[in-house]
Every structure is written in C-alpha cells, then in structure tokens.
Design a protein around this ligand. Structure first.
Ligand code: ZN
Length: 553
C-alpha cells in the first residue's frame, strides 16, 4: 500500500517539475488530498499563533513607505520557496477540504511533516524526494554526474529534463523568472525610497542580484550597512532543503527592524572581550590568544518570515552571509531576533519551567536573562582558544567531528561565565545573577525536549550531568522539581568553562569523544520530567500572523 502511494506522489512531483519548465499546464480532473493521521488537528494546535509586530514610531516616513514593498517581495519569496520545496501550492491546497489539514500543509510547506523526519501526512503522497523540487525526482546520481554543464552544482540552478528527457541545468533567473523580475523591480523602488545610504546601495545591488544570480556584491554591501533602521534579508540563502546534495539555495525573507538600544549593548560587551579573556579560570597558556572585538552582533524585531525560515521550526538567531569569500573579506553578521525569541520564551520556556522548577524560583525565569544567555553564547564563541598549545594545529581540526558540539558546549557555558564576570564588574546593572542561572537550566530542558540524540542535544546533556554531579542544582524525587543552588552553580560554571577550554587547548579528541558518549545521556529522573512536559500540552513551536495590517501600516 505504502509503496503504491509512493509512486503516485513521485509521479505528481515529476509532472509538476516538467510543466513548470515547459510552461504549460495539464488539465485533468482535480486530485483530492486526505489524511488518515488522526492527530492533525492536535498537531496544528501545537503551533501557537503569534503576531509579529514592533514599535514603528522609531521609523521615518520613507522607511514606512518601504515596508509595504518588502512585504510584497517577502510574499514572492514565500511563493518561490513553495515551488522549490513542493511544486504547485494551489493544486495541493485546492484538493484539501479539511481546514486543519490545510493549515498543517501550510505550516510544513507541503505534505511532509518537518518536525517528524519529513514523514508524509497526506495519504496520496509518498516519501519526500531528497532533492525536493530542485532536481527531477527520478534523476539518478549517475545521471547527475554525467551532466557536462559545470553550473549544475551552483546554488542558483535547478536540474530539469528537456523535451527528450535528458537532464539540463536551468538557472534560477529562468526557472523563477516571473517572480524574480517582479521582486527585483520592487526592491529597486525600495532602494529609490531609502534614505540611509547603506540600505539604498544594498537594496539596489540585491535587486540586480535577483536577476543576474550574482549575490556577492550585495552580500558585501549588506555587511557594510551599519546605520539602517530597517533591514531585509532576502533571496536564495540556505541550502538545507536540498537533502540530496546540499547545494541548492532556498528562497526566504526576513523583514527586520533594528533594536538600536540592544544592538548598542551588544557592541559594548564585545569591547569587553579582551578583559574577559584574561579573566578566564585557566593557566595563561590557554588564554594567550587575543579575542576578536569586531563581531557584528545586532538585535532585531522581525515583521515577516517567508519561505525557508518560516517552514516548520522558526529560527530565532541568524548568522549570514554564507558565502565564505564574503566571510573571509568582512566576517559575518549575527542577528538576534528578539520578538520571536520573546514568543518562544512566553509560550514554551515559561510553561516548561512551571513543570520542572521549584515554585520559589519561577520568578527567576526572565526574558532578559533568556535573551542575554542566547546573546552571550554568540559573544563567547570569540573567547578561549582557537589553536592547540601542543602542536596539534587548530582546535577544529584536532577535535574532528567532536569539534562542533564541544565548541557549542563551550559557548554556552562561557556565555554564563561571562554573565557572572560582568555582573561582578557591575556591567549588567540591576540584573540578578540567579535569573541567568535558573533561566539557563530551564533552557536545557527546552533544548533536550525533543531528544538528546543530536550533537547539540548531547552537549546539553553533558552540561546537565556535570551540574548534577557538582550539586549546581538539586532534584526532589517526590515533587519532580529542580532547584538551582547558587554557590555550587557559580563554581560549576567556572570549573566546566576551564575543563572545556583546556580540552580544546590540548586538542584532546579522545577525551572529547568520551565526554560526549558517556556524559551526553539522559538520566531516568530527567526522562520522567521530559515525559511530564510532553503530556502537559506545551506548544512545540510558533506560527506567525504577519503582514501590513498586523504591524499597523
Ligand atoms: Zn553557537
């Protein structure tokens, strides 16, 4: 049965791909789509609706005239992403009568459940093609190898079949010609309206890039832009949707309003990095490198998510551009998406805390602490050590596949160490250190909620188990609640920071591997807590109400 369904789905995908290139449509009786998954309604409700707004009074009149243009372009990116991830959106949606099923299809941009291993939830559709709609569904790897055109591996081309059935390379500006032309014109108009010179230039180059397929100059201009109030991340950007080769870039759009106050704070903390580096609780030889202070870190409110970034789980922090040539020349920019973080905090982190943290420490769960822990994680990547001290070369090479989870674990714990130091230095104002600690512990529960199997999950568990062993929190068997112990937590943060920096400095691959394997496991007591969370009906993620009327334009 499954097999048969699979073939129907594949046939549909293949047909839609060919027709989108050749440009005619095939009129047959409309296909109806149904689901025998009885949990669809519940699954839709697990995505809580959140309005994307911000204070627009900080914007100029021209900025406010630009935003509607951005919304139009954002919608085009969303439509283009539908074509990439699925194919014909209207054909699918018009074949569905059940409103919940429709909503779930829209959340997932297709018939495959993104937070559940891309399992098909539509009876008539089979497994998701690995290459989404970037390649002919029936194309073999061998066929791909044999294509002579060297642009076949470009992130801005798709593979189609010509009339004779042979695979051919089609650039994005042909495949998505109509949408890209329209988007380009709108961006040009936005550029004409822009007052900030940086924004004006970026939008002009981005408008051209959508047509030429050369994004390099516009990426460079985006990093040069510093004073703008509004920002627009737009175009084909991430390559995750192409699970076949990881090459093809997906369309997406974020409309952003900069939070100058927070961005200023972030900048100021970055300047304290050299002092913080020297304060690290390790011997001098592990902290002799000079941390970079030029990291471009900003806080933003998001007004629109479209395309790739809006599919399934929502991103709350981005680091762009991806082009390594641009990164080498100018570094990258890290954007913290504040209102989206706030939504996840209110609707997910707080309810989780209420299930697992002692009542008298619930008031220590604060948004400022959550936001700052996330932000200091980013800043902390700049601290510590990048080269081993014993001739093993770069830490990243010495630690091989463990490098990334160890570096993430380091950034998490060093972020908390920085908060501790900055509080002692009087740099964090009135804020209570205990808030950061309790909120951090709650953050671990949130991260391992859907399993600790991933590298990040293991890193989180490693930290959790270390805290438990050193009494940084205590657990009450009877109530199933956790309590942070301030002094022990402070000591554990310092000691674990030291352990991780020393491990990195020694390039100790065996120790790293051993840590992740033996200490990255979920203890039974915590599993009980996680089960409690999953039966408490806490949202899995958020879904947005967004657009001009929502922001009040
Ligand atoms: Zn990180």
């Amino acid at each position: 049965m499954k097999q048969k369904i699979g073939i129907t789905g594949l046939a549909f995908m293949a047909a839609s791909s060919i027709f989108s290139v050749i440009g005619f449509s095939c009129k047959t009786s409309p296909q109806m789509y149904t689901s025998s998954d009885s949990l669809i309604k519940q699954k839709v409700n697990e995505f809580i609706k959140v309005k994307l707004t911000t204070d627009l009074s900080v914007l100029s009149e021209n900025d406010k005239k630009i935003l509607p243009l951005f919304f139009k372009v954002g919608q085009i990116m969303d439509d283009l992403y539908w074509q990439q991830a699925w194919g014909d959106k209207q054909e699918l949606l018009s074949g569905i009568t059940d409103e919940n099923l429709k909503a779930f299809v829209e959340i997932n941009y297709g018939a495959w459940e993104r937070l559940n291993g891309n399992k098909s939830f539509i009876d008539q559709i089979g497994a998701k093609p690995e290459g989404a709609n970037f390649y002919p569904v029936d194309m073999t790897k061998d066929e791909f190898e044999k294509i002579a055109d060297s642009t076949k591996t470009s992130e801005y081309t798709v593979i189609r079949r010509n009339a004779a059935g042979a695979p051919i390379v089609v650039p994005y500006n042909l495949e998505y010609n109509e949408g890209l032309k329209k988007a380009s014109e709108l961006l040009k108009k936005a550029s004409d309206l822009a007052e900030d010179e940086g924004l004006k230039y970026y939008l002009k180059l981005r408008s051209e890039a959508l047509i030429t397929g050369n994004y390099f100059d516009s990426d460079m201009a985006w990093l040069d832009m510093k004073q703008n109030n509004i920002d627009f991340v737009v175009g084909p950007i991430e390559t995750y949707e192409d699970a076949l080769f990881g090459q093809k870039a997906s369309f997406e759009a974020y409309i952003l309003v900069k939070d100058h106050e927070w961005s200023y704070k972030l900048k100021r903390f970055a300047t304290l990095l050299p002092v913080l580096q020297q304060s690290l609780p390790v011997e001098q030889k592990f902290k002799s490198e000079t941390p970079g202070t030029d990291s471009d870190l900003g806080a933003y409110d998001v007004l629109f998510y479209g395309g790739d970034c809006n599919a399934g789980s929502k991103t709350i922090a981005i680091n762009l551009p991806n082009d390594s040539r641009v990164q080498l020349a100018k570094g990258s920019r890290k954007l913290q998406l504040k209102n989206a973080m706030r939504a996840k905090f209110d609707h997910i982190l707080v309810p989780i805390s209420q299930q697992l943290i002692v009542p008298e420490q619930i008031s220590n769960i604060t948004f400022d602490a959550f936001f700052e822990n996330t932000m200091f994680h980013e800043v902390a990547h700049g601290l510590g050590i990048k080269n081993t001290i014993n001739g093993k070369g770069e830490v990243q090479d010495a630690l091989k596949e463990t490098a990334s989870p160890i570096e993430e674990a380091k950034a998490d714990i060093l972020g908390l160490y920085m908060v501790t130091k900055l509080t002692e230095m009087g740099q964090l104002g009135e804020n209570n250190l205990m808030d950061y600690y309790v909120t951090f512990l709650a953050g671990i529960f949130r991260s391992v909620r859907f399993g600790a199997a991933s590298a990040h999950g293991k890193a989180n568990m490693m930290r959790f188990n270390y805290f438990e062993k050193h009494g940084a929190f205590s657990y009450n068997e009877e109530t199933g609640l956790y309590r942070v112990n301030f002094d022990a937590m402070k000591q554990a943060v310092s000691n674990l920071s030291a352990d991780l920096i020393i491990l990195q400095g020694n390039g100790d691959y065996d120790l790293a591997k051993n840590w992740l394997e033996t200490k990255g496991v979920v203890p039974p007591s915590l599993q009980k807590g996680l089960d409690k969370i999953s039966s408490a009906g806490i949202p899995r993620d958020i879904v947005f109400e967004q657009g001009e009327t929502v922001v009040g334009l």
